[in-house]
Design a protein around this ligand. Structure first.
Ligand code: GLU
Length: 426
């Protein structure tokens, strides 16, 4: 096994995140005092809480909220509901949220949480009790100016409104109206923002368009493979299709489908809503996972879980560009190999920041009790992501580093300047 391969399997997700951080900190010579602060999360909250199942029996669940950093603003990040959730995973995801907010210049810190369970195993009434009891267990660890959850894998707008309502009901009645912003990604009627649901996919498009301009590439006609067809993947597919790209291959937990002439992302999204996955889609042929990774495409968009592009499949990838719509989909060793093979990676903290950026817009709308029109949201998201992309390209040139390292350098530079100004207490 060579060094790259041993790194690929040896590091946990949080260790990967810390390694990426140190690499960038070395490149920009980050003040060692701030390095020790940013290396680890500030707070790690773990709650075990009982919930009554529909059968009448009690079950205990384990939930997490990791608060990585709040120098620039309240801790901010999603709540993941998945059997894979554990302390290491949420620590990595919380760390990445700090860099995402700093890179995009929004006044938030980084946090992440979740519950280790499969929401698909539960009725709606059980889900509601699980989410409400989790929110109650977190208590004052969350708050509209303290720590603001949002949807992530396995959670959605309905989970967020249950969280908001539970939090509001634990708040003195005179202050209830002011706590709407305790979560973002809510349904529109309950204080959500237009454009939030598709925001991550929309942001992926803006970051991709920026890369197309930079590299003189025509987006129309590019062939695309997408891994994961939930909220993020299905919006990426539909939005890319509107801009003339051809979606050729899609994979999810139910299997993979390929149509070399192009499939309809809109029809596939309907099929996934009806059946729960891409398997059985009439507009394409079922394929193996290996065929999916080796699909004849220009662009690969991982939009599911972390650690999907590894030393095991990286050499089979035909795409020349990986757009990381998911968090942490490429292992450090696989990224290195892909770059050596002549490929390019648009890094997660830049590419998928559209979700948290529009969460910020939702939070502003809640604070001012004033809804924004969809085109205002989309235009501001576009401006924000193009500016973050500009900063990343500039740093890449200045430091002669990879695009991921450049995005980190921009984020760390911002945090360093604020720590420099504020110092630490006492
Ligand atoms: N869960 C999303 C992410 O990983 C959105 C977070 C948010 O809106 O706070 O970026």
């Amino acid at each position: 096994m060579n060094i790259a391969e041993s790194h690929d399997t040896r590091l946990s997700l949080h260790e990967q995140a810390v390694r990426q951080f140190h690499e960038a900190a070395d490149i920009m010579d980050l003040n060692p005092d701030f390095r020790v602060i940013l290396e680890h999360p500030k707070n790690e909250v773990i709650v075990n809480f009982p919930v009554r199942m529909d059968s009448g029996e009690y079950r205990s669940f384990r939930g997490y909220r990791i608060q990585h950093n709040n120098l620039l603003g309240p801790y901010k990040g999603g709540m993941r509901f998945s059997p894979h959730v554990d302390l290491d995973e949420v620590k990595a995801l919380a760390t990445w949220m700090t860099w995402k907010s700093a890179l995009c210049d929004i006044p938030f810190g980084g946090g992440k949480g979740g519950i280790a369970f499969d929401p698909r195993d539960h009725s709606r009434t059980e889900l509601e009790r699980i989410v409400r009891r989790f929110t109650h267990a977190l208590g004052a660890n969350i708050g509209p100016d303290h720590d603001i959850p949002a949807p992530d894998l396995g959670s959605n707008a309905q989970s967020m409104v249950w969280m908001m309502d539970t939090f509001a009901n634990s708040t003195a009645s005179a202050n209830r109206q002011s706590v709407k912003g305790v979560v973002t990604g809510k349904p529109i009627e309950s204080g959500g923002s237009l454009g939030r649901e598709k925001a991550t996919g929309q942001g992926v498009l803006f970051a991709f368009q920026h890369w197309c301009d930079e590299t003189n590439t025509d987006l129309a006609g590019l062939r695309v493979a997408i891994q994961g067809f939930g909220n993020v993947g299905s919006n990426v597919g539909r939005i890319f299709e509107v801009y003339g790209a051809t979606v050729v291959a899609v994979a999810d937990h139910t299997g993979a489908v390929i149509n070399n002439d192009g499939l309809s992302a809109f029809d596939l999204a309907d099929h996934v809503v009806d059946t729960g996955g891409v398997a059985g889609f009439a507009g394409a042929t079922e394929a193996s996972n290996d065929d999916f990774w080796a699909a004849d495409v220009d662009v690969l968009v991982p939009a599911a879980l972390e650690n999907q592009i590894t030393m095991d499949n990286v050499d089979s990838i035909q795409a020349k560009l990986i757009i990381e719509a998911a968090n942490g989909p490429t292992t450090p060793a696989a990224e290195l190999r892909f770059l050596e093979n002549g490929g390019e990676v648009l890094p997660d903290i830049l590419v998928n920041a559209g979700g948290v950026v529009v969460s910020y817009f939702e939070w502003l709308q809640n604070k001012s009790s004033q809804p924004w029109a969809l085109d205002v949201v989309d235009n501001k998201l576009r401006e924000t992501l193009l500016a973050a992309s500009d900063r990343t390209v500039l740093a890449k040139g200045n430091y002669g580093c990879t695009r991921r390292q450049a995005a980190y350098v921009v984020a760390l530079d911002k945090l360093e300047r604020v720590y420099d100004q504020r110092g630490i207490f006492p």
